[in-house]
Design a protein around this ligand. Sequence first.
Ligand code: ADP
Length: 489
Amino acid sequence: MSTVSEAGVVSAVNKELFIGGKWTAASGDATLDVTDPATGEVLCAVADASPSDGTAALDAAVAAQADWAEVAPRERGEILRRAYEKLMERQDELALLMTLEMGKPLAEAKGEIAYAAEFFRWFAEEAVRIDGGYAVAPNGAGRFLVTKQPVGPCLLITPWNFPMAMGTRKIGPAVAAGCTMVIKPAEQTPLSMLALAGILAESGLPDGVLNVVTTSDAGGVMEPMIRDGRARKLSFTGSTAVGKKLLEQCAGTVLRTSMELGGNAPFLVFEDADLDAAVDGAMQAKMRNIGEACTAANRFYVHSSVADAFSRKLTERMEGLAIGRGTEDGVVVGPLIDSAAIAKVSELVADAAQNGAKVLTGGATVDGPGNFYQPTVLTGVPAKARMSSEEIFGPVAPISTFETEQEALAAANDTEFGLVAYVYTQNIARAIRVSERLETGMVGLNQGVVSNAAVPFGGVKQSGLGREGGTVGIEEFLETKYIAIGGLS
Ligand code: ADP
C-alpha cells in the first residue's frame, strides 16, 4: 500500500515548464488547472505555455543537440537504466498521481508505471546496439561505410490515456539514439510527465536534452515549432484528425514523422474458439483503461452459433465490475476523462439503439459527481451504426454476428483504421489465415492485450505511420548515413 497521501503526491510535482534543465514559469505566469475526473475537483494548476515559451524550449533542445549526440551510447543507456529503476522505486506514488489526474484504477496505474519503465529498460539495452555496415563496392574499387546518426531535435506530443507510457515510449528511443526533444503532454494529464522530467534530470540527463511544455493551447504552441525548421522529427500519439493536421504542417519543412493514431479494433470469435478464454480476452481488450485505449476492442464479431453464449457470459462479467474513483479498493471501472467523453459515448449508444441494437446491460451514465459511464453490452449492432466506424473510447461492447470466415474478415477490414485486431479460434490453419488477412499492424491471437516494450507497436491505413518499441523503435530516431570511400589503390 502506498504510504503517500493524495495531496502529498500532487504537491511533490514541480508545476513549471522544464526548459534547458530549469523549472521556469510560463510567460505572464499563466497557469492551467488540472482536474480529477472522478470528482470534477481541481487538483492543482500547472504552467500554461505560450508560443514564445515553446520557442524557448525548442531553442534549448537545438542548443543541446550537438553535445548530446557526442555522449557515448553506454552513458545514454545508463541514464535510461537509472530512470527505469527510479520509476519502479516510486511506482506507488507515481501510480497515485496518475490515477488522480487521469482516473484509471490504481492497479492499472501501477501496471502502466511498470510498462512505462520497461521502455526505458528496453531502450537502455538498445542504445548500445545501434549498428552499421561495411561493404566492398560491386566493382571492387571502393568501400562503403554505413552508419546511423541521431535524427536531431524532436517534437513529441502525447495523449492523456496513458500519460506515462506514451511519454517513455518516445523519450526512451530518442534518448537512446542521441536526440534532444521538446515534449508536450496532453493538457488533461500534465503531472505524470512533469514527474517524469524530474526523474530523468535526477538520473543524469543533461540540461536541454528533454524540455517539457504544458499548455492549454496545443495547436498554437506546437505549430510554430513544427514550422520553425530546426526540429527534425515529430512523433505524435493521438487522434487521426489531429494527426492529419500535423502531417500537413510537417510537409512544410519535410519533418520525419511517427504517427500513432486512432483504432477501431475488431474482435473476432469463431465457432471453434475457447469461449471462456474469449470472454477473458474480451474483458481485457475492452475494459483495459476503461475502454479509453486506441487498442480497445471496438467491434465484436461473433459466430452466430456461439453469439448468445458469448453475449451472456460477457454481460455477466460486465455487470460484476465495481465502478468508482480509481483510488478506492476493488474499483475496476474509473471515470472517463471528461464530460465531452461522456457525451460522445452517450451519443454513440443512443445512435446504435436507434439503429436497432439491443442493450443487454448498462447504456447510461452514473449519477453523481465525476464522469462515469456504466459498463455496457449491446447486441445486434448494425454496420450503419456510428460506433461501427468510430472509436467509442469508453466501456461499451457492441456485438454483431457472422456466418462465415469470409464475412467476418470483410466486416473486420471494413474500416479506414488498421491498428490491431483480436482473433479467437482453436484452429491453427484458420488462426494463421485470418491473422495474415487482417489489415492491421498488430493481431492478438487468443490474446486480449498486445502491448509490450519489446514489440513493434503501430498501425496501418489511417491508424498511423512507423512503429514504437521493439528493435525497430530506435530506428525512428536515427538517420542512415553512407560514406563512400575511394582512393584505396
Ligand atoms: P484526444 O481526442 O484523445 O484528446 P487529441 O489528438 O486531441 O486526442 O490529443 C492528443 C494530443 O495532441 C494531446 O497532447 C493534445 O493536446 C494534442 N493536440 C491536440 N490538437 C493539437 C494540434 N492542433 N496541434 C498539436 N497538438 C495537438
